[in-house]
Design a protein around this ligand. Structure first.
Ligand code: G
Ligand code: G
Ligand code: MN
Ligand code: NA
Length: 256
C-alpha cells in the first residue's frame, strides 16, 4: 500500500488550524458565510503565512493531502455549528481550492466523500478558486466545475480582477460569485478612480447573474459606497478579522 502522505501525519497536522472570517450581507448585515483560512503554527518558526507555505505545498504536491484535510476540517466545523445553532443552518462554508488540487484525479469523488462523511449538505459548501488558477487551464477545469455544480456545490472566483481573465469566457464558467480582489478596495481610499473598477465588476457580476463579494473592506466609507453601488456581500476587518473557531462560534451565536 502507499505510504501515508507526510501532511496527514498527526504531528504535522496538529500544527495546522483553520481560522474563519465572516462574509456579511450588505443588505441586512447578517453573516452569510465564513471563509476558512489555513494557519501553520510551526514549533520553531512560529506562525507561517499561507502566502508562504501554500505555493511550497503546491510545488511539492503536498497541497493534495493538506487541501483535503482543510476541506474536511471546515465541513466538520460547519456541521458542528448547524447542530448547535438553528440560526447557523443557512450559513455557507467557503473553502479555497488550489488549482493544483483541481488537477488531481477523482476530485469530485473526494469532495463527495468528505461531504458524506461530515454530513454536510452540498448547498452549504462554496469552493473558491483564484482567477489566475482557473484561467491556466480553463477547458479542463470547466468540465469539473460543471460536475461540482451538478452536485449542488456553490462556486466562487477569488481575487477577481487580478488574473487577466478572458472576459469572453467568463459566462461559460458555472460560477455563482465573483470576489473583488482586496487591492481594488484598498486603492479606493487614495484613488477615487478605483471605484470605477469596483463598480464595473459589480455590474459585470450582476449581468452574468452572479453575486459579488468585496474583499478587504476596512472603513465605514468603503462600506457605504459598496452598498450604494449594489455590492451584495462584504468581507474585511471592518466586520471581523479571521477568527479562531471559538471566536467565530461566539460571533455566530450573536449573528444579528
Ligand atoms: O489570511 P490570509 O493570510 O489567510 O490568507 C492569505 C492567502 O492564502 C489567501 O489569499 C489564500 O489565497 C491563501 N489561503 C488561505 N487559506 C487557504 C486554504 O485553505 N487553501 C488554499 N489553497 N489557499 C489558502
Ligand atoms: O483567499 P483570499 O485571498 O480571499 O484570502 C483573504 C485574505 O485577505 C486573507 O489573507 C485575509 O486575512 C485577508 N483579509 C481579509 N480581510 C482583510 C482586510 O480587511 N484587510 C486586509 N489587509 N486583509 C484582509
Ligand atoms: Mn479566498
Ligand atoms: Na482574494
Amino acid at each position: 500500500s502507499d505510504p501515508p502522505p507526510p501532511w496527514s501525519d498527526s504531528k504535522v497536522q496538529s500544527e495546522f488550524r483553520l481560522d474563519y472570517q465572516p462574509i456579511v450581507s450588505l443588505v441586512d448585515g447578517k453573516i452569510s458565510a465564513f471563509e476558512a483560512l489555513v494557519r501553520w503554527l510551526h514549533p520553531q518558526r512560529g506562525m507561517i503565512s499561507p502566502v508562504e507555505f501554500i505555493p511550497l505545498a503546491e510545488e511539492t504536491g503536498l497541497i493534495t493531502s493538506l487541501g483535503w484535510w482543510i476541506l474536511r476540517e471546515a465541513c466538520c466545523q460547519l456541521r458542528a455549528w448547524q447542530e448547535s445553532f438553528p440560526q447557523a443552518i443557512p450559513v455557507t462554508m467557503v473553502v479555497n481550492l488550489s488549482a493544483i488540487q483541481l488537477m488531481q484525479l477523482r476530485v469530485k469523488e473526494q469532495i463527495q466523500l468528505i461531504l458524506h462523511e461530515t454530513g454536510v449538505d452540498s448547498r452549504y459548501l462554496k469552493l473558491e478558486i483564484t482567477e489566475s488558477g482557473l484561467m491556466e487551464n480553463v477547458d479542463a477545469t470547466i468540465e469539473l466545475l460543471e460536475q461540482l455544480k451538478a452536485l449542488g456545490i456553490q462556486l466562487s472566483i477569488d481575487d477577481f480582477g487580478t488574473g487577466y481573465s478572458s472576459l469572453g469566457r467568463l459566462h461559460y464558467l458555472p460560477v455563482d460569485t465573483l470576489k473583488i480582489d482586496q487591492s481594488f478596495i484598498r486603492r479606493t481610499t487614495f484613488e477615487e478612480e478605483s471605484w470605477e473598477i469596483v463598480q464595473t465588476i459589480i455590474t459585470l457580476a450582476h449581468n452574468l447573474n452572479m453575486t459579488v463579494v468585496a474583499e478587504g473592506v476596512e472603513t465605514p466609507e468603503q462600506l457605504a459606497r459598496l452598498k450604494y453601488l449594489g455590492c451584495d456581500y462584504g468581507q474585511g476587518y471592518l466586520f471581523a478579522k479571521p477568527l479562531s473557531s471559538a471566536n467565530a462560534t461566539t460571533l455566530l451565536m450573536t449573528n444579528p
